[in-house]
Design a protein around this ligand. Structure first.
Ligand code: FRU
Length: 520
């Protein structure tokens, strides 16, 4: 039924014109709000223009990221009834390039076993599960059930356990496994977020599970029956908060034939710049046990900024390790000033492992596909601002050996005089983002003003690769050896871009800005 038809239908019952016009206005408002819910405009204030965000309502962790037959699948923790966290579903979208997304119907709904918390999806190429029926390989999801009633009753602690679902039609329809749960809980309150990988050397599936303050490893031949292998991490790395959303990735050390394993672990609190953050361990894994190559006290952060959490890698992408995280922080995610939706994902990133600064380090770089969004190119200047569309990629390098400047970088402003700065401080030897004047920060005291990250490398050339969208900035320092991701909420997009320096004599090697186009 068209909009005119809907409005017409009510006219005969309205006697009074005033009353009638009120009804019509109410109806029009109703129709337009449902239209927004069905087809988001992506034009709302703060709405990211080339990052993934849900059509409407609440989103947190990326889930079930898997590549199958030319499509990158992104599932996500989704509450379709509100803009704050609530009973979790798996929202779903697909993309051919990780940038242009097509929203699909919700993939997994809560059921009698509980809400659907985070988890992963694998392609069961060899049909180890025996679930295959037609031409498509089974896509198998392993996720956490959270029994809310049991949690609320407060008597038993075993309210999280692992479930399985599968799709035989390229992820379009999902069936919950009749034998759920596939892993029961023996009384641990936090027991969740299974990430499953195929361990080629032992020809087994391996599951990494976050269990309060440690990671448990399980193995399976058929994705349905799992046996416990070992635990890692109780007294290793950072323990500022509960451990969540792990990932285990085998990587070739750049420039060598050596392979190492990287264990990614998100922690709910105690990140380097406050709140939730993601750490990683490097080491060896034989299919059962993970052995850390560093001392127990060593802490490495995948991203030092406050707004990259619960990120994991896509499954089934061969040697390429593609990562994406939830671009928010549990400290304030539910109160940020966005209206019809809450939260976006980071840009997709390629992970590399390098032997640098005396150990193995995880580097992140923006995926190459992002280059397809580039439009006009500008050269940045210290003396006058460059006016842009507010969606920018910047590539800069500074020569420290020839510069008098000790504190320099890029500032982003608007007509409201709101100001965001990203820079490098030579004396403190650190990169930073300062969002203290970049817009609304009244919604939470925990929305801190600036984030810093120590430099890892010591060459004379300092490099910055920056992506800015309407409400986020992602900074890749020195080829991605140091990363900072941060949100901000200006009244208007920060369209005016200029270099700054505390002293004259900023020795620039490169200062390029690209305006990017929206993907929505
Ligand atoms: C991480 C997390 C997960 C959990 C999910 C619930 O952000 O707490 O551990 O599965 O969110 O939505």
């Amino acid at each position: 039924m068209s909009l005119q038809q809907k409005v017409y239908l009510i006219t005969p019952i309205a006697q009074n014109r005033h009353f009638m016009s009120r009804i019509i206005i109410a109806l029009l408002l109703f129709i337009s709000s449902t239209a927004v819910a069905q087809k988001p405009s992506y034009k709302e204030q703060h709405r990211p223009q080339y990052h993934f965000s849900p059509p409407s309502k609440w989103m947190n962790d990326p889930n079930g990221m898997v590549f199958y037959k030319g499509e990158y699948h992104l599932f996500y923790q989704y509450y379709p009834d509100s803009t704050v966290w609530g009973p979790m579903h798996w929202g779903h979208a697909v993309s051919k390039d990780m940038l242009h997304w097509q929203h699909l119907p919700i993939a997994l709904y809560p059921d009698s076993l509980g809400l659907i918390f985070s988890g992963s999806v694998v392609v069961d190429k060899n049909n180890t599960s025996g679930l295959k029926k037609g031409a498509e390989q089974p896509l198998v999801a392993l996720y956490t059930y959270h029994d809310l009633k049991k949690e609320k009753a407060g008597k038993e602690m075993d309210f999280q356990y692992q479930g399985m679902a599968y799709s035989l039609d390229k992820g379009r329809n999902w069936t919950k496994y009749a034998g759920n749960p596939v892993i029961k809980n023996n009384g641990v309150k936090d027991f969740r977020d299974p990430k499953v990988i195929w361990h080629e050397a032992s020809k087994h599936w391996v599951m990494v599970l976050a269990v309060a303050d440690r990671i448990d490893f399980y193995r399976s031949e058929n994705l349905k029956e799992w046996s416990f292998s070992s635990s890692f991490g109780k007294d290793e790395g950072s323990h500022g908060g509960v451990w969540e959303c792990p990932d285990l990735v085998e990587m070739t050390v750049e420039g060598t034939n050596n392979k190492k394993w990287v264990l990614i672990v998100s922690i709910g609190n105690g990140g380097p710049n406050g709140g939730s953050a993601t750490q990683y361990f490097t080491g060896d894994f034989d299919g059962r046990n993970f052995v850390n190559s560093n001392s127990k006290e060593t802490m490495h952060w995948l991203d030092h900024g406050p707004d990259n959490y619960a990120g994991v890698t896509w499954s089934n992408t061969g040697n390429q390790k593609l990562f994406l995280g939830w671009m928010s922080n549990w400290n304030y995610a539910q109160v940020v000033p966005t209206r019809s939706w809450r939260s976006a994902m980071t840009i997709p990133r390629t992970l590399y492992l390098k032997n640098a600064a005396g150990g193995y380090r995880l580097y992140s770089k923006p995926v190459r596909n992002l280059e397809t969004l580039r439009q006009q190119q500008h050269t940045l200047s210290v003396t006058k601002p460059t006016l842009t569309n507010g969606l920018n990629e910047l590539i800069l390098s500074f020569d420290l050996s020839r510069a008098a400047a000790t504190d320099f970088g890029i500032s982003f402003t608007n007509e409201e005089n709101e100001l965001l700065k990203v820079g490098f401080n030579k004396e403190q030897n650190q990169f930073y983002i300062d969002r203290s004047k970049a817009g609304d920060n009244s919604f939470s005291k925990l929305f801190t003003g600036s984030a810093v990250a120590p430099r890892l490398l010591s060459s004379n050339i300092v490099k910055l690769h920056v992506f800015i969208d309407h409400s986020s900035i992602e900074v890749f320092g020195d080829d991605g050896s140091v990363v900072l991701t941060s949100l901000f909420f200006p009244k208007q997009p920060l369209k005016s871009v200029q270099l700054f320096s505390d002293k004259e004599g900023l020795s620039l090697q490169q200062a390029v800005l690209y305006q990017l186009k929206s993907t929505w």
